[in-house]
Design a protein around this ligand. Structure first.
Ligand code: ASP
Ligand code: MG
Length: 407
């Protein structure tokens, strides 16, 4: 007997028929002798609609009310799935975030989970009841509903798995695993049987949308065994696991991209302490996530430029907040471009094998693709390029690193 968390995303619970299908999957897992907690998202498209309404109702934005609105999609699906389960003879009940509770911090609309009290749920799992838990939501210290940011139900599932000490956390989605790159861009992309936590983390933060980045970081910290698989097939998925367990070793494990980036350069900043802190402080204040940052070395120790990237949808707010600093910082100009893509080559084998950067740069140069910013980590090389070249870059790199063949 094992204790398993099954998480079903929006497309998996997209209509009543699909919810009945999910109920069957849960039932099989129970009948195999397991204790099961299920975490669900809202029906596909629902959260987008709720977010739209919250934005359109009026210009004043109260994040607490936003959370009240956008958390409702999951309330519907936990109720529906619980009834579907009861109708096929499975003992089940729904749980909203505040009922468990999932205690979060007070950052409404982007809250972090601080503590989960799983005692009630564990008691009921031990008695054979299935817990159907609303993803994406919790309760803030002010006693009001909070949400975890878009895609947050993956994080709910992993957090619950850690809290109830689950043997496995299975993330059911509309793709049947993690691929070497996005199969819609590269038909030759191959499904990986396994990937390390670190690679998955880099893939997720580099734009692969299979799992929310935070959920991977949390799984890594708590040692939660993750599996990504499809709710529409019986095929085995991809295991996300520790590096020691990895058999398959290629130089590069995957190519990730995000075609929705923007780049900002603050030109002619005084080269002295405190300047960068002010710029990024002004962005942190409005919760803008900055990705790459490059400061050019100043030749004369007087002036320098700082370039950074943000998600395209954050560009206008970022620019606005930095413009407000113009008098204080005395920079010369602000230049920005919203037609930017980030391409990343990822693999833990990069730690020990050389030549990946060289090969990557050669491939892009062969295709006449200009790299505007380069950044690296131990297991990843990322570049910013003009967004129009995204597909060409992804396909060429996938071929060059031989990702369509098992290594
Ligand atoms: N329903 C939420 C969203 O669409 C949470 C999730 O599905 O993970 O962002
Ligand atoms: Mg999702």
């Amino acid at each position: 007997m094992a204790r398993i968390v099954q998480k079903f995303g929006g497309t998996s619970v997209g209509d009543l028929e699909r919810i009945r299908n999910v109920a069957q999957k849960v039932k099989s897992c129970v009948e195999a002798g397991n204790q099961v907690a299920v975490v669900v998202s809202a029906m596909a498209g629902t959260t987008n609609q709720l977010v739209e309404w919250a934005k359109q109702i009026g210009p004043m934005h109260d994040a607490r009310e936003y959370d009240t609105i956008v958390s409702t999609g999951e309330q519907v699906t936990v109720g529906l799935l619980s009834i579907a389960l009861q109708n096929i003879g499975v003992d089940a009940r729904s749980w909203l975030g505040w009922q468990i509770p999932f205690k979060t911090d007070d950052v409404h609309s982007a809250a972090r989970i601080e503590e989960i009290n799983p005692d009630d749920i564990i008691g009921r799992l031990n008695r054979g009841q299935v817990a159907v838990v609303a993803g994406f939501q919790g309760i803030a210290p002010d006693g009001r509903i909070s949400t975890l940011g878009r895609g947050g139900s993956d994080t709910s599932a992993v957090a619950l798995a850690a809290a109830i000490n689950a043997d496995r956390c299975d993330i059911y989605t509309d793709v049947d695993g993690v691929y070497t790159t996005d199969p819609r861009v590269m038909p030759k992309a191959r499904k990986l049987d396994s990937i390390t936590f670190e690679e998955m983390l880099e893939m997720a933060s580099a734009g692969a949308k299979v799992l929310q980045t935070r959920s991977v970081a949390m799984a890594m910290r708590h040692g939660v065994n993750l599996q990504v698989l499809s709710s529409f097939t019986e095929a085995s998925g991809t295991l996300v696991q520790n590096e020691e367990k990895q058999m398959e070793k290629q130089k590069v494990s995957g190519i990730a991209y995000s075609a929705e980036e923007a780049k900002v350069t603050v030109v002619g900043l005084p080269d002295k302490p405190g300047i960068a802190a002010k710029i990024f402080g002004a962005l942190a204040e409005i919760y803008i996530n900055v990705d790459m940052i490059v400061q050019s070395a100043s030749v004369d120790s007087e002036k320098t430029d700082i370039t950074f990237s943000v998600a395209r949808e954050e560009l206008s707010n970022a620019v606005k907040n930095i413009r407000n600093l113009k008098d204080d910082l005395a920079f010369e100009r602000l230049v920005y471009d919203d037609n930017i893509a980030k391409i990343s080559v990822i693999g833990t084998a990069m730690r020990t094998q050389t030549g990946v950067a060289k090969r990557m740069f050669e491939v892009l140069s062969d295709k006449q693709i200009n790299m505007q910013v380069i950044s690296t980590s131990e297991i990843k090389i990322s570049v910013l390029i003009q967004a129009d070249y995204t597909e060409l870059a992804v396909r060429s790199l996938h071929d060059a690193f031989g990702l369509d063949t098992i290594g």
